[in-house]
Ligand binder design. Structure first.
Ligand code: NAD
Ligand code: MG
Length: 393
């Protein structure tokens, strides 16, 4: 029986994880579930999975959940606050932590799980973008098993040699081909992009996801963040990673070897495949995903990315090359800009301009420890807010 904590259980990845878990009650037991403030959904999850702990970040929401749980006679203890997220990520009885909180809020509990040597199913890519060296050092020091859940990185993981040791050249790898759907605005005339709404940006053609990552997919910052994520996961330089636009999202990414072989992982665009892979690793279990029907797919296309249309991809490559605090600054400025766009404070095309201005304004510093990351994050958020206020005038 594998005992699990799911950080962010009410989100898109969290609910897909519980869907896979529910298919295998003999294999998995839920010890802790966490959410920001979605009381009703977390309560339903508590009734179904009977966790030992449920964490709500928000205090009022926690009080409400505590009442509901006690009235229903459940065993679940309700905790609240950021410290409780870390507490349930390091419980001695927990073997595996699904890191599925969105954004920078996921960093500290995920890092705590790494320091405690847990098996980590990593969906929260922001952890690696912000604090790649601190996090990877913690994984190595504790001997954590780190399994990428992001579909592209899961595909790369599956396409690299088993037990890959972080040496691309030594394993005969020429480069990594990171696929991207291109999002909902891949073909929209540039002049129309200025006026797109949050609803249009969140309507992804292939994947159903949370709002933040949906906007990231529309700006293609998601692919930029994934380039940085791949750098840390596979010890790949910016030059080792080629983004390939593939609108059907069937080939989830590829690894090209020096002998001309190209290994890929294919499947329907459904996150339950990488989630089931991570949960059962190194075994395979049913995920509930429909078999891939190649006759129905019929055609697959591949294009070079359009860096002029999607400047966020170039900004991310630039931040990766600058190293140090630059990726944390990129991530923070992006989170603030995306929130402002979702809140209708800035137009879609101002997202990259805010990020670029913040990257230009802040000096790149070295990252020695978590505090270096957190202060760069805070400084970048302040600078991004100033940029947004300037745009509003
Ligand atoms: P989501 O918005 O659907 O869910 C986010 C979860 O985090 C929710 O449970 C929410 O309650 C919780 N949360 C939000 N803010 C919080 C805070 N401040 N403190 C504590 N908890 C908080 O997001 P998602 O689409 O499931 O994405 C989760 C992560 O997985 C992101 O990092 C995303 O980039 C990554 N990811 C998602 C997908 C996908 O298909 N959805 C694919 C690849 C990677
Ligand atoms: Mg992805």
């Amino acid at each position: 029986m594998q005992r699990l904590t799911i950080l962010g259980s009410t989100g898109s990845i969290g609910t897909s994880t519980l869907d896979v878990v529910a298919r295998h009650p003999e294999k998995f037991q839920i010890i802790a579930l966490t959410a920001n403030h979605q009381v009703e959904l977390l309560f339903r999850q508590c009734k179904q999975f009977n966790p030992r702990y449920a964490v709500m970040l928000n205090e009022d929401a926690a009080a409400q959940l505590r009442r509901m749980v006690s009235e229903a006679g459940l065993i679940t203890e309700v905790l609240n606050g950021a410290a409780a997220l870390e507490q349930v990520a390091v419980l001695p009885e927990v073997e595996t932590v699904m890191a599925a909180i969105v954004g920078a809020a996921g960093l500290q509990p995920t890092l705590a799980a790494a320091r405690a040597g847990k098996k980590i199913l990593l969906a929260n890519k922001e952890t690696l973008v912000m604090a790649g060296n601190v996090f990877m050092d913690a994984v190595r020091a504790s001997g954590s098993v780190l399994l990428p859940i992001d579909s592209e990185h899961n595909a790369i993981f599956q396409s690299l040699p088993h037990g890959y040791d972080g040496d691309l050249a030594g394993n005969g790898v020429r480069r990594i081909l990171l696929t991207a759907s291109g999002g909902p605005f891949r073909d929209m005339p540039l002049c129309e992009l200025h006026n797109v709404t949050p609803e249009q940006a969140c309507a992804h053609p292939n994947w159903v996801m949370g709002r933040k990552i949906s906007v990231d997919s529309a700006t293609m910052m998601n692919k930029g963040l994934e380039v940085i994520e791949a750098h840390w996961l596979f010890n790949a330089s910016a030059d080792d990673i080629q983004v390939v636009v593939h609108p059907q999202s069937v080939v989830h990414s590829l690894v090209e070897y020096v002998d001309g072989s190209v290994m890929a992982q294919l499947g329907n665009p459904d996150m339950r495949t990488p989630i089931a892979y991570g949960l059962a690793y190194p075994e395979r279990i049913d995920s509930g995903v429909a078999p891939l029907d190649l006759f129905k797919v019929a055609t697959m296309n591949f294009f070079a990315p359009d860096f002029a249309r999607f400047p966020c991809v170039s900004l991310a490559y630039q931040a990766l090359r600058s190293a140090g605090t630059a990726p944390a600054v990129l991530n923070a400025a992006n989170e603030v800009a995306v929130a402002a766009f979702l809140d209708k404070q800035i137009p879609f095309l101002s997202i990259p301009s805010v990020i670029e201005a913040v990257l230009d304004a802040l000096p790149v510093k070295a990252v020695g420890c978590l505090d270096d990351v957190l202060s760069a994050d805070a400084e970048a958020r302040r600078a991004a807010q100033q940029q947004i206020q300037r745009l509003a005038k």
